[in-house]
Ligand binder design. Structure first.
Ligand code: SIN
Length: 283
């Protein structure tokens, strides 16, 4: 695994196929001088951890701007009084959409309801749960690369219907009719199972919103989606982040899936997230 060291810049891969840790300081991050390198590592390694970097909300927003186009989500950011960060918590007094966030406990890609999903997320820990609450990431580029050739041929070109309501059924399997209709009003989206990126690389597009492979029998479709999800999230492709207070983690949403691990919903666990606007449509 690669290791490069300079005075305030130590880079270390934390797992063979995903995840790199960078030890640095706030000034280096906020100067933007390493932004190109960070973008490059994010694309190659999927996830970057900045242990105990302790950026404030304002600094996290400024850092996000150095990496690309800051995704403005006014209604989300209003929850922290316009500070520009979004609170991820199960505490409905802090985030009234806490219920909706329960979808985060299952493997997912953000933005599968749009044609151009966000490029990446930046998340800092503000309060930890006493138990649980790690975040897991898997590398969907590596998962594609390492499929056998005959499997690649069989699935390249398939299209999958994604629907937000599918992911909500994971944590609320018997919703009221009204709630189901509200979820369904968000719509659906048809996405390629194999994303051909502009770089020429390919990644798998899976996750909790994946409803059915188009034109495939429902049982066969479910079996394929579950088999591929199991493959993409097998240990060789996964990095599990055990949070310390003040850690910041950034990830490439276009080449990974992620999920939160279980924690006590009354624990007060709180993450502050910013996002980078998408730069590439699913194709
Ligand atoms: C998310 O899915 O964006 C949040 C993950 C977490 O809370 O660990």
């Amino acid at each position: 695994m690669a290791t490069a060291v300079s005075s305030r810049w130590q880079v270390r891969d934390v797992a063979p196929k995903i995840g790199t840790e960078i030890i640095t300081d706030k000034e280096t991050l906020l100067s933007g001088e390493r932004a190109g390198e960070i973008r490059d590592i994010m694309e190659r390694r999927g996830v970057i951890v900045f242990p105990e970097i302790n950026l404030t909300d304002e600094e996290q927003v400024a850092f996000t701007h150095t990496l690309g186009t800051f995704a403005q989500e006014a209604s989300e950011q209003a929850l922290t009084g316009g500070k520009g960060v979004y609170p991820i918590t199960m505490d409905p007094t802090i985030n009234p959409h806490a219920d909706y966030l329960k979808g985060a406990f299952y493997w997912h890609i953000d933005g599968t309801m749009s044609q151009v999903p966000i490029l990446g997320s930046i998340m800092s820990s503000r309060r930890l749960s006493a138990e649980g609450g790690d975040t897991e990431f898997c590398n969907t580029y590596a998962a594609w690369d390492e499929l056998p050739d005959d499997e690649k041929q069989a699935i390249d070109g398939l299209q999958v219907v994604h629907a937000m309501w599918r992911s909500q059924l994971y944590h609320d399997p018997e919703p009221s009719y009204d709630k189901l209709k509200q979820w369904q009003a968000i719509g659906r989206n048809v996405l390629p199972l194999v994303w051909k990126h502009k770089t020429g690389r390919k990644s798998l597009v899976l996750g909790a919103t994946a409803l059915q492979v188009q034109g495939m029998d429902i049982a066969e479709s479910e079996a394929l989606l579950v088999r591929l999800r199991t493959w993409a999230t097998s240990p060789q492709f996964v990095y599990r982040h055990k949070w310390k207070l003040g850690d910041m983690v950034i990830w490439d949403n276009t080449g990974t899936m992620h999920r939160a691990m279980a924690y006590d919903h009354n624990s007060g666990r709180l993450m502050h997230r910013t996002k980078l606007e998408g730069e590439e449509a699913f194709a």
